[in-house]
Design a protein around this ligand. Structure first.
Ligand code: TRP
Length: 463
């Protein structure tokens, strides 16, 4: 057993890493990004980013983690490049920002378990009222953060690994059943057309940047979460095939979530697809509607769905909290248990403005800031999300790829990737990864990062 604890098995690591990837990003984030990005054209770009760019970066993160057995900051130092550990620090900052808003959404979802059980269904209005009850939703959020902290304080393998293996497949089965049901509703096909038939005239620069941010966010990439998880991985593990499996599982679940939501929006809008750009509230409005059409089993199905969704969110929040905690334990010498509760408390506090930004506080709501880009008003939560997901994560991914290929050097990366993968050297995959990690990812990500920042935060649009 490795001194820092480790995953008990191959499937344990894949389950945990897939658990980190699959979460609200797939089921809550992906449909609303597709809706705001104009539909299928967004999906096409997103898929290209995931497979062409993100998958190589994922393999790289896991390899760095396994090689160094360290948190993202310590990893750069361990390889002998202390002056690169700002990349790890940036990642930790991103993790803190992401968890701060993620926990707000997770808290909403947690509360929906009880709303569903009580038979409260219905459309947008109820969601709007719900987010205004900040002591209630704040309490749910606090409970969610405490649960995350409890799991993280118990260590990596153990309960969460076992539970993930059982509950994730249940979630998939349930979502597939809901896909089939929503396809039977009137106007479902208008939703499918919106979701799957690309209209490339809808692509503009903003859509491309958001697709990149969504790909990184959904795959848990660019902030060292997978360096941290990689540090618990066994040398016998085949990193490349694990990364491929994780990418496929994550993308697959996002695609299924879209198949579930868009027919429903087709149904609710009578085929106009109005409401598809519903923003962060999207699934909290559409899903209760589908449950509401189910008659007396509606509350049961709705409750079960939100239980499973919360579980998927929990395996993600655990990975988000694990990163700053691993840093505090390894680098700042704080006892694990202490670090967990302190960090969780701080992050919850940072999340409070996000919680207030759905109407309760005018200051943090949509009037919070206006992107120079087309003058879109933005609430605090969306602002933090776009700062972290669309800017910091691609920058982190860019730096990690550049570092691995040109500073740590390709042959070292290749050696690590070849451990547990006897056929790796000389394969096509190796050639592709060398190209992608060495040139394609650093270049494309640097360009996207610069353009995103200019466009979103300074209103300068080059394309
Ligand atoms: N990928 C998760 C989701 O889709 C969120 C997440 C967990 C994450 N860990 C992360 C995002 C690390 C970025 C980095 O819900």
């Amino acid at each position: 057993m490795a001194p820092r604890g480790g995953f008990s098995s191959r499937i344990g690591f894949i389950a945990a890493a897939a658990g980190s990837a699959v979460g609200l990003g797939n089921i809550w984030g992906f449909p609303f990004e597709v809706g705001e990005g104009g539909g299928a054209a967004f999906v096409v770009i997103y898929l290209m980013f995931c497979f062409i760019l993100c998958f190589p970066v994922m393999a790289t993160e896991i390899a760095i983690g396994r090689k160094t057995q360290k948190n993202p900051v310590g990893a750069f130092t361990a390889l002998g490049y202390k002056n690169w550990n700002w990349v790890g620090k940036l990642g930790i900052l991103a993790g803190i920002l992401i968890l701060s808003f993620y926990n707000v959404i997770a808290g909403w979802a947690f509360g929906y378990i009880f709303e569903m059980a009580a038979g409260h269904f219905g459309g947008g209005e109820q969601f709007g009222e719900y987010t205004l009850k900040i002591f209630k939703v704040g309490g749910y959020g606090l409970a969610f953060m405490a649960t995350t902290a409890l799991v993280v304080s118990r260590g990596i393998s153990g309960g969460i690994e076992k539970a993930a293996k059982m509950l994730m497949p249940t979630l998939v089965v349930m979502m597939l059943a809901m896909v089939i049901y929503s396809l039977t509703l009137p106007n479902a096909m208008d939703g499918i057309r919106f979701y799957l038939v690309p209209d490339f005239s809808k692509i503009n620069a903003g859509v491309v940047y958001n697709a990149m941010g969504q790909a990184f966010f959904s795959l848990s990439l660019g902030m060292g979460a997978l360096i941290t998880y990689g540090s618990y991985v066994n040398k016998k593990e085949n990193i490349v095939s694990a990364a491929a499996l994780i990418t496929l599982a994550d993308v697959g679940i996002a695609v299924i979530a879209g198949l579930m939501i868009f027919p429903l929006i087709g149904f609710m809008s009578g085929g106009t697809m109005e409401g598809a750009a519903g923003g962060p509230g999207l699934i909290f409005v559409t899903l209760p509607t589908i449950f509401g059409t189910l008659g007396s089993i509606g509350p049961v199905v709705g409750t079960l769905f939100f239980v499973l969704l919360c579980f998927a969110a929990l395996t993600s929040t655990v990975s988000l909290l694990e990163v700053p905690v691993a840093y505090a334990v390894d680098e700042l010498n704080i006892k694990r248990n202490r670090a967990v509760w302190i960090v969780a408390g701080i992050i919850f506090a940072i999340g409070i403005p996000s919680l207030l930004g759905f109407g309760y506080s005018d200051f943090f709501s949509t009037a919070f800031t206006t992107y120079k880009e087309g003058g879109t008003d933005t609430d605090f939560l969306s602002f933090i999300a776009s700062l972290a997901n669309d800017s910091i994560l691609p920058l982190g991914g860019c730096m990690i790829a550049f570092f691995a290929a040109h500073v740590w050097r390709k042959h070292n990366l290749d050696d690590e990737l070849a451990e547990g993968s006897p056929n790796y050297k000389g394969s096509f995959v190796q050639k592709y990864l060398n190209f992608a990690v060495g040139y394609l990812a650093p270049f494309v990500l640097a360009v996207v990062f610069v353009l995103t920042v200019l466009f979103k935060f300074f209103g300068i649009s080059i394309f």
